[in-house]
Design a protein around this ligand. Structure first.
Ligand SMILES: Cc1cc2nc3c(=O)[nH]c(=O)nc-3n(C[C@H](O)[C@H](O)[C@H](O)COP(=O)(O)OP(=O)(O)OC[C@H]3O[C@@H](n4cnc5c(N)ncnc54)[C@H](O)[C@@H]3O)c2cc1C
Length: 306
């Protein structure tokens, strides 16, 4: 019996309140607007329900994958033969003593930054324009304009394979450039406690507005994309190398190297994953040939052969 038939049979009894959909197009759950169907998609509404679902998936041996806002994903056109666990309904956040904030995995960074600003808490202005969820941002150690998640995350309550729910902090989180321990341990962020500092709401608002203005000026926010396509190679800037090689505006099907910012591959309409992968390959080959630098994708490519 295929795993999803077993899933359909078991889930209705084990977690009757859980919202589930079948053959859900991933294009509707990624900022690239690309991706074939997820065999099954589940939308847990609390950390407890998410933890229980992960326990069950592990026990039953279902192939699963957690996603946040899909802002760093490139999903293959054939889709995902998996249980995709979407965290978007885990939206709660609250003050947690002193300058602390506790936020569930699905809270968007934009809402979190505004909440902190309104509470007079500084440290999250950098995150306001990053279109991810808290869970995805912790996983990626997302950062911008000198800020990074590792500067504000105190502890993370996560579900780990074989261990269940644990609290992790300090070195156990293994934060690095666009990475954390969750890449290695396969864990899922349920919620995080952030340590912020006292700040002036008006000054924080001005800082956020200035950072958004700079993003709008430089980034092709008018097109679907997954942000920076490539990681920053040591000692270089990916966008500068790509521009230097004359690749701005290069297109494959509906995918194009943004004429506004060479670090972004954009979907100009109807791009497939195949288009984007072909364009990524062309950019990597050209940059390697002309500058000797290897570019590594920052976007996570998901699906057969990932
Ligand atoms: C226009 C634009 C601008 C961007 N600017 C920036 C920027 O300035 N800086 C930056 O760092 N990034 C930027 N990004 C990329 C992206 O927003 C970040 O990487 C973000 O942290 C991804 O969060 P997400 O919720 O969308 O994660 P997703 O894309 O859904 O997932 C990314 C990875 O995180 C994992 N994941 C998601 N949720 C969880 C969870 N709860 N527990 C464990 N793992 C999880 C997924 O399995 C996947 O491997 C930008 C993207 C766009 C489209």
């Amino acid at each position: 019996m295929p795993w999803y038939e077993d899933f359909d049979r078991v889930i209705a009894q084990a977690l009757p309140g859980l919202s589930v959909s079948r053959e859900e197009p991933m294009a509707g759950h990624t900022t690239f607007r690309i991706g074939g169907p997820a065999r099954r998609m589940a939308f847990p509404a609390s950390p407890e329900e998410l933890g229980a679902l992960l326990d069950l998936a592990e026990k039953e041996g279902w192939p699963w994958l957690a996603v946040g806002n899909g802002s760093n994903l490139l999903v293959r056109d054939e889709g995902l033969d998996r249980l995709v666990i979407a965290t978007g309904r885990l939206e709660h956040m609250e003050r947690a003593g002193g300058c602390g904030v506790r936020a569930w995995a699905g809270v968007s960074l934009a809402r979190l930054a505004v909440f902190a600003m309104e509470e007079g808490l500084a440290g999250l202005a950098f995150a306001h324009g990053i279109p991810g969820s808290l869970g995805g941002a912790v996983y990626m150690n997302a950062g911008a304009y000198g800020g990074e998640m590792c500067q504000v995350v105190d502890t993370v309550t996560a579900w780990l394979p074989g261990r269940g729910v644990v609290e992790l902090g300090g070195e156990a989180l293994a934060f690095g450039y666009r990475r954390s321990c969750f890449e290695e341990n396969g864990g899922v962020v349920l919620y995080a406690d952030l340590a912020l500092r006292p700040g002036d709401s008006q000054a924080i608002r001005r800082e956020m507005e200035e950072l958004i203005r700079r993003r709008r000026e430089k980034q092709p926010l008018e097109y679907p994309s997954a942000g920076s396509t490539f990681k920053r190679p040591e000692g270089y800037f990916a966008a500068a190398l790509i521009e230097q090689c004359g690749l701005k505006g290069t297109a494959v099907g509906g995918a194009m190297v943004s004429p506004k910012h060479a670090g972004f591959v954009i979907n100009t309409g109807g791009a497939t994953c195949r288009d984007v992968l072909a364009l990524i390959g062309r950019v990597q080959d050209t940059v390697k040939r002309e500058t000797g630098v290897s570019l590594e994708p920052e976007v996570r490519i998901l699906g057969e052969g990932e």
